[in-house]
Design a protein around this ligand. Structure first.
Ligand SMILES: NC(=O)c1cc2c(=O)c3cc(F)ccc3oc2nc1N
Length: 326
């Protein structure tokens, strides 16, 4: 029995390491066939010796039961939303207000604004225990079973920490195109965009459907006060989240001035179509947690962050068609 337990643990470790490399770092260590072979060996051993199954085993990602509904989850700290900026003036206003409040000695972190679904993930002693949607910001829906199917979400962290993190679940463009192609073949209604497809997938009561949708995530903050982890600012927090095993977005950039921010926005306005996922803007955050605390929040948004939204796509309107057919 000892040897079996050892092999189960070894397989669990290997599959966790290979899964992290493939789904979080996008740097596969082994061929898919090797991963699948090890996974099937673990599935077989766990079937034969159920006493060796652990909640963080990769075999636990796709649960069995179809849920009757979603439980409510009260967030430990409110999940707020970002205020928006639509042009350079809005951004310069944002910058001026911050300078008036805390002076000039601060820096920003710019991030791509992933066009997906906000989620909160809770870990106890390094084990994924619960995941929820934003909901109304105070109470969300428990979608743990569906989130477990997302391979980019680690079932176990590299350290046994108890932590809540926030991020965005999304459907990569390629998965979106494949999903709609399948639905077109079956005369099913198509999803309008990857964001709706991701939201629709995470609202499924049957985790097997969510598991089939190739969703991913980018984690971008902890819930609550970052300083409790002995970390002074947002950039270092993202590095810490990455060390814990979370997928964070590597396109982030520290910016000293609002002009640097505008340059970053210009770059990604042009480069956006080449990304493998949809973004609907750029998030600009004051880096220092102490300065974030000084700036505080309005009723619904942080004063230390803003979302610059890209102009809506120029959609060729039907008006043009009407003119042509007149
Ligand atoms: N969609 C995103 O890629 C994204 C979204 C948010 C938020 O919604 C958000 C909301 C807050 F109240 C505070 C910080 C935030 O940071 C964020 N950072 C991001 N990268």
């Amino acid at each position: 029995m000892e040897k079996i337990q050892q092999r189960v643990n070894e397989l669990n470790e290997l599959l966790h390491k290979y899964g992290h490399a493939y789904y979080v770092l996008d740097k596969p260590l082994v061929a898919d066939s090797v991963y699948d072979q090890l996974l099937h060996e673990l599935i077989a051993l766990e079937e034969q010796y159920p006493q060796f199954v652990t909640p963080d085993s990769p075999t636990q990602r796709v649960g069995g039961a179809v849920l009757a509904g979603f439980e409510k989850v009260a967030h430990s700290t409110r999940m707020l939303s970002l205020s928006n900026a639509f042009n350079e003036d809005d951004l310069r206003d944002f910058d001026r207000k911050i300078r008036q409040a805390i002076g000039d000695a601060f820096s920003y972190v710019c991030e791509l604004k992933i066009d997906g679904l906000a989620i909160a993930l809770r870990y106890e002693n390094g084990i994924f225990v619960q995941g929820a949607t934003r909901g109304d910001g105070t109470v969300g829906e428990d979608i743990t079973a569906n989130l477990k199917t997302i391979n980019a979400i680690p079932l176990r962290l590299t350290k046994p920490v108890t932590i809540e993190v926030r991020g965005e679940a999304f459907m990569p463009k390629s998965s979106f195109e494949q999903l709609n192609a399948r639905r077109a073949e079956q005369d099913e209604e198509l999803f309008a965009n990857p964001r709706n497809a991701a939201a629709g997938s995470l609202r499924q009561l049957d985790p097997k459907i969510a598991a089939s949708r190739n969703l991913s995530t980018f984690i971008y903050s902890v819930g609550g006060d970052g300083e409790q982890y002995g970390i002074s600012g947002h950039a270092k927090m993202l590095d810490y989240l990455s060390e814990l095993g979370f997928k964070t977005n590597n396109e982030r950039l520290a910016c000293d001035t609002i002009d640097d921010v505008l340059t970053y926005i210009e770059k990604w306005t042009d480069a956006r179509p080449n990304l493998p996922y949809e973004i609907d803007g750029i998030v600009v955050k004051v880096n220092s947690f102490a300065q974030q605390d000084e700036l505080g929040f309005t009723a619904k948004s942080p004063r230390w962050a803003i979302a610059y939204k890209f102009p809506a796509e120029e959609v060729m309107t039907t008006l043009l068609d009407i003119e042509l057919t007149v």
